[in-house]
Design a protein. Structure first.
Length: 142
């Protein structure tokens, strides 16, 4: 079997070695997504609202984005989730059960001008937040 610099066996070994320089490969092999993702790889998660809070936008934008602090049911971890669109925060109260999903920032990071906000609220007590906001449905009392 050839052991030269450009022999197939040598090229395969080099490829395996240099793959570890790729960030994507390294994160995949070491299980970094499961380690740092609060939803543990799931697309959505349920949680209980702990408090409402305003998050100030990064420079050069200004304004207070309406967010909620949520404690996940599945693992007890806390996260900050954005209440998207105008007036959506009015339909979310403390101790409501909400469904959160990733906000879609680059490389699982925050989106746009929000510091550390990586999730958004989609449902409140089983009702779609968008249908509550537009007035198509009423909020269920629990």
């Amino acid at each position: 079997m050839g052991l030269g610099e450009y022999a197939a066996a040598s090229l395969e070994d080099k490829r395996k070695k240099w793959r570890w320089k790729s960030r994507k490969y390294k994160e995949k092999m070491l299980g970094m997504q499961a380690k740092y993702d609060l939803l543990e790889g799931a697309p959505q998660g349920k949680g209980i609202v702990i408090e409402k809070r305003g998050v100030t936008a990064k420079q050069p934008n200004s304004g207070i984005r309406k967010c909620v602090r949520v404690q996940l049911i599945k693992n007890g971890k806390q996260l900050t989730a954005l209440a998207p669109r105008d007036g959506a925060i009015k339909f979310i109260d403390e101790h409501d059960e909400v469904m959160v999903e990733g906000i879609g920032g680059a490389q699982r990071g925050p989106k746009g001008d929000l510091w550390g906000v990586k999730y958004r609220v989609t449902h409140v007590n089983g009702q779609s937040l968008e249908s509550l906001r537009t007035g198509k449905k009423e909020k269920v009392k629990r």
